[in-house]
Write a protein that binds this ligand. Structure first.
Ligand code: HEM
Length: 366
């Protein structure tokens, strides 16, 4: 019969807080606190990664059965909860006082959360691309992990984990493939006239959006007599032009454009007709992914505030500008298309007419 301590390997776990000392706990209570808080985060990151990979793998299947969508959402929700807790957990870190941190900070120089390879894996598994990464000076966060450190087991693990994650398909790609296959106005990509049907949906939607926005524009001009009519009209025309370019994916390389266009239209379709029985789970999944990214952004912003409180605007032990660099990373958006759709949403009453509603499990009440 296994005991609690054997099952959890507590002898090993509780023997890992020696920091740079050979064995036993570090002497300073504040340093023990610093190590434990970091280790707890790394354990949560481990579980977050497992949840993200489970969710992604289920979405990667060539056909995702309806009953799998809640399973994906379930795994991602766990990651959301962990990140949510991670945001709150910085409060524990903040019980460390700036002066007490300075008592041992110097010996950490060279080591930094910047080298948290599990955080990098989270970014990679979600789909942050190399070109999107913020560098400090010339330092690229991934290259940094590939090149720094002596040849220790932990260094080898860090490099191995980064390379493995980089070779996997990302959550963003998995989502895109799944979205691409979504029926739009009853049409699927295998139908010969699918491209026309999708284009028609986009055009009807844009017309509805334009009409809706113009009503908003007129109301705005009537309410605020001091508003410059030309400026307001320009703004609204700008919105519709941006929406048209976005939905037609003109910003995307030509070889990927058709797929991206369909995937973007699918997000809009799911979000718009979310009450249809067959779209309600997909809609919830999109919501969980946005929530996940929101939590990651909040994590970054909260970490930055905690850092500002502890070390002000000093450079980091990893060599970056510190808070200024961290604040920049809060601008990352991996699931940009999910965020972008929010600007295009319409109230139900203004939506274009739905075609083939019964395909989505909707039946007119008799
Ligand atoms: C006294 C507490 C802390 C301070 C002063 C601090 C400071 C910093 C600074 C200045 C950076 C920027 C890189 C550098 O130049 O070093 C950084 C990065 C980072 N820290 Fe912390 N940190 C603290 C606690 C934590 C904790 C508890 C975690 C949890 C794992 C963490 C995770 C990270 C991560 C993942 C990065 C990389 C961010 C990115 O590049 O996107 N830090 N930290």
């Amino acid at each position: 019969m296994p005991t609690y301590w054997d099952y959890l390997k507590l002898d090993s776990l509780l023997d890992l807080q020696s920091g740079l000392e050979e064995d036993g706990d570090v002497e300073l209570p504040d340093e023990l606190h610093f190590i434990v808080v970091h280790q707890v985060y790394e354990l949560w990151f481990k579980l977050t990664l497992r949840s993200l990979r489970h969710g992604r793998d289920a979405l990667l299947k060539p056909t995702v059965d309806e009953e799998m969508v809640p399973v994906v959402a379930h795994h991602l929700r766990r990651a959301v909860s962990i990140l949510h807790l991670g945001v709150a957990q910085f409060e524990v870190m903040e019980t460390l006082q700036p002066q007490d941190f300075l008592a041992f900070r110097d010996k950490l120089t060279g080591s930094s959360g910047f080298q948290s390879f599990q955080m990098r894996e989270i970014e990679i598994v979600l789909g942050l691309e190399a070109a999107e990464r913020i560098r400090y000076g010339k330092v690229d966060p991934l290259e940094h992990i590939r090149s720094i450190g002596e040849d220790t087991p932990a260094t080898r693990l860090a490099r191995h984990r980064i390379e493995t994650a980089s070779a996997e398909p990302s959550m963003r790609e998995a989502m895109q493939g799944w979205l691409y296959r979504t029926p739009i106005q009853g049409s699927t990509p295998d139908k010969p006239d699918d491209a026309e049907r999708v284009a028609e949906f986009i055009e009807t939607y844009l017309a509805a959006l334009d009409a809706h926005n113009r009503r908003g524009q007129d109301k705005l001009l009537k309410t605020f007599a001091d508003h410059n009519k030309e400026q307001v009209e320009k703004r609204f025309t700008g919105i519709i032009n941006t929406a048209r370019n976005y939905l037609n994916a003109v910003d995307v390389a030509e070889d990927e454009r058709a797929v991206r266009r369909r995937a973007r239209a699918a997000i809009l379709f799911i979000e718009s007709y979310r009450d249809l029985p067959l779209l309600s789970w997909p809609r919830l999944l999109l919501d969980v992914v946005v929530q996940l990214e929101e939590q990651l952004v909040l994590w970054r912003a909260r970490h930055a505030r905690m850092v500002e409180r502890l070390i002000g605007h000093r450079p980091g032990t990893g060599g970056s500008a510190g808070v200024a660099y961290l604040d920049q990373t809060a601008s990352y958006r991996i699931f940009k298309d999910l965020w972008a759709t929010r600007t295009l949403m319409l109230p139900k009453t203004a939506l274009p007419e739905l075609i083939d509603a019964e395909l989505y499990g909707y039946h007119e009440p008799s």
